[in-house]
Design a protein around this ligand. Sequence first.
Ligand code: NAD
Length: 272
Amino acid sequence: NLQSTTTLHNGVKMPRVGLGVYKMEEGNDVKDAVLSAIDIGYRSIDTASFYKNEEGVGQALQETSVSREDLFVTTKVWNDEQGYEETLAAFDRSLEKLGLEYLDLYLIHWPVPGKYKDTWRALEKLYKEGKVKAIGVSNFMEHHLEDLLKDAEVKPVVNQVELHPRLAQPELRSFCEERGIQMEAWSPLARGKYFDAPILEELAEKYEKTPAQIILRWDVQHGIITIPKSTKAHRQKENADLFDFELTADEMKQIDDLNTGERNGPHPDEFD
Ligand code: NAD
């Protein structure tokens, strides 16, 4: 169920399914979506300073009757906030907007060349001070991780990347798995772009599920944390209703075979 967690390499437990809130409007829109998700049973919320909706997320966290220690809140340091001092200041801004005393997970949003190592030192400091329970990265490829790990005192717990059946990232997944870094999928549904892929439709029919649920179940069975986004309660419910069926090894393989390496978002070496 939605309270089902994965234990990160530092012992922190993170829900396997969370709510992504990218593009939700600051204020009531994001607040209502987060409250509806919490009501359904979501405990993990993924935001970022870049999304400009941390205040609304924070309002929902204040209003809910679910206690702070049962919630898992992730935010990210944006590209123009990177650097050691800049990141420390960005963290304080995010925490204040969220109205929180600590964060569960803080991520480097993109590997800004020449900056991400200083940014990481700031995350290590925040972690050691107990202001954040776990620190990780996003959009890091193998070469970024190798470079970071050379000097890191604390190993990233998570790498959140674009990941869905057409961009299954098998090499990066093995690389991270070998190092105890948990993979997390952003745009897990590829925003619905290929729900009509025959294998997804076929399995949806077989299990009386939707293609979205087939994809998210594939994440869960691969041990990938997933954070589908929806503002609509019925879809939030749908995206969480993943724990009453199981894909066979052969079906998993057939979904794996959708991999073409096709990205919808920017390449981590070419973003700006
Ligand atoms: P997604 O793959 O989660 O797709 C979301 C869209 O798919 C929704 O807007 C809706 O149109 C549709 N949808 C959702 N559930 C559906 C369902 N059950 N049936 C039919 N359609 C459905 O895309 P996303 O929002 O890009 O990614 C999820 C989260 O990942 C974001 O909200 C954000 O938190 C995170 N993210 C992180 C990065 C990063 O660089 N770290 C980048 C993009 C997104």
